[in-house]
Ligand binder design. Structure first.
Ligand SMILES: [Ca+2]
Ligand SMILES: [Ca+2]
Length: 215
């Protein structure tokens, strides 16, 4: 095999294994709000789910998870007693048939406790995720966050406008006093803060079609 063919075959095999890998995800979402929100802790694209246990960790000076209500799995236990320490735990299992598809593990009520412009990660730790044969289900865990404020409002003035785009540009340039705001700076929702977010936000502020939604 030629020197070129080997890397190509390797790339093909890597792609194959990525594509054939786990499609199950555990998610909580990215939240922008100044007031209390109820959000769903989801296990998506799962097959034969019987038991799940997930710990959610957060910054209690910014937000508190105040309650957790039963989702799709009928036997449900939630520990929100230690929320003031920055974590809650959800456990649930089936009493009969296992579940497949998109399964709601819990509805969580989250209340901001910090100031406008503050952010807390919503970090998920899967402790148990198993099928009806007690085999572990592989899943990709996608952490979320709660930003107290509007997406894109990095100047923290309750307005999303061109000044926010300029702020992100200065932040990317590393200018002192323009710290890039995690969450609120990534307005196109691709997981990175870069020049495209400045462009996207400027176009959004100018009302250009196709840029209505901040993600
Ligand atoms: Ca602003
Ligand atoms: Ca981005």
């Amino acid at each position: 095999m030629s020197r070129i063919a080997v890397p190509i075959v390797s790339l093909f095999l890597i792609s194959f294994f990525i594509l054939a890998g786990s499609a199950t995800t555990v998610t909580i979402g990215d939240i922008f709000s100044e007031s209390e929100v109820t959000t769903s802790l989801m296990i998506n694209d799962v097959t034969d789910l019987a038991t799940a246990s997930v710990k959610i960790t957060f910054e209690p000076s910014v937000i508190l998870i105040t309650s957790a209500k039963k989702g799709d799995l009928p036997s449900f236990i939630a520990n929100v007693e230690r929320a003031d320490e920055g974590w809650v735990k959800i456990g649930a299992c089936t009493t009969g048939d296992s579940l497949s598809g998109n399964v709601k593990l819990a509805d969580l009520t989250i209340a901001p406790t910090g100031n406008y412009g503050e952010i807390s990660d919503l970090t998920l730790t899967v402790e148990t995720l198993s099928d009806s044969g007690f085999k572990t289900i592989d899943a990709d865990v996608i952490d979320g966050f709660f930003y107290i404020g509007m997406n894109g409002d990095v100047t923290v003035d309750r307005i999303v406008d061109i000044a926010d785009s300029e702020y992100i540009a200065k932040g990317i340039a590393g200018i002192a006093g323009y710290e890039l705001k995690e969450g609120a700076s990534d307005v196109n929702g691709d997981g990175i803060v870069d020049a495209y977010d400045c462009v996207y936000l400027a176009r959004h502020a100018a009302g250009i079609s196709g840029y209505e939604e901040l993600k």
